[in-house]
Design a protein. Structure first.
Length: 61
């Protein structure tokens, strides 16, 4: 799981840097935005992993 967390952190960093480069995010509000982006990326990735590991309804029958 550590590798996934590291990838989530790297992805979050890349997204925030792009937002700053594009002028959509001010460096003064980086903390707040970083937390929001990290939470979104983390929930998306971990949710997808849970769906992938959970047996589907057709497999349960």
């Amino acid at each position: 799981m550590k590798s996934i967390d590291e990838q989530i952190l790297r992805t979050t960093k890349e997204i925030v840097v792009k937002f700053i480069e594009m002028g959509r995010l001010s460096p003064t509000s980086i903390h707040e935005s970083f937390v929001d982006v990290h939470r979104t990326v983390s929930e998306t990735v971990k949710g997808a992993l849970q769906e992938k590991s959970a047996p589907s309804e057709s497999q349960q029958e």
